[in-house]
Design a protein around this ligand. Structure first.
Ligand SMILES: [Zn+2]
Length: 144
C-alpha cells in the first residue's frame, strides 16, 4: 500500500479534469438512462459549432460559382453580379443579364436590336428631318 497523503506526484489536471468530469457526467447520465440527453446535447453543440463554418464555407463556395465579374459589353465598366441575375450597368444604364461567362445585354422578349448605320440631319431648315438608317441585328443567342 502506498502511504496516504503522499502527494509528490502532481499532474496538471485542470484540462484533463474537465474532460474527466464531462466523461464521468456523460457516463453517469447514460447509466441512469439519460444517454439520449447527452447525445442530443453533444449533437446540438456540434451543430451550433459547425453550422456557421458550414454556412460560411458553403456561402463562399456558392459565391465562387455564382459571382461573375466582367466588363459591361457596352461601356466596358468592370461589373460584378450574380449568375442569372438581371442588373443595370451603373455607368450606361444598360439592362444586363449575368451569364456564366460574363455580362450580356439583356433584351426583353420581342425586342429587335438595331444598330445605327447612318444618321443624317438635313440641317437647320424648317422641315428639319433626321434620316436614320438602321441595321437589324440577329437576335441574341442564349449561350447558357
Ligand atoms: Zn455599361
Amino acid at each position: 500500500m502506498y502511504p496516504q497523503g503522499s502527494n509528490n506526484i502532481q499532474f496538471n489536471v485542470s484540462g484533463l479534469g474537465c474532460w474527466l468530469f464531462a466523461i464521468g457526467a456523460a457516463w453517469l447520465l447514460g447509466a441512469i438512462g439519460l444517454g439520449w440527453l447527452v447525445k442530443s446535447i453533444v449533437v446540438l453543440l456540434g451543430l451550433v459549432l459547425i453550422a456557421p463554418v458550414i454556412a460560411f464555407v458553403g456561402f463562399r463556395w456558392w459565391l465562387s460559382r455564382n459571382l461573375i465579374e466582367g466588363p459591361c459589353p457596352v461601356c466596358d465598366t468592370p461589373l460584378t453580379g450574380l449568375k442569372g441575375a438581371k442588373t443595370l450597368c451603373p455607368n450606361c444604364q444598360t439592362p444586363l443579364q449575368v451569364q456564366g461567362y460574363g455580362f450580356e445585354r439583356f433584351t426583353p422578349e420581342g425586342t429587335v436590336e438595331v444598330s445605327a448605320v447612318d444618321v443624317t440631319s438635313n440641317g437647320m431648315s424648317d422641315d428639319d428631318t433626321i434620316d436614320v438608317r438602321v441595321e437589324v441585328l440577329p437576335p441574341a443567342q442564349d449561350k447558357g
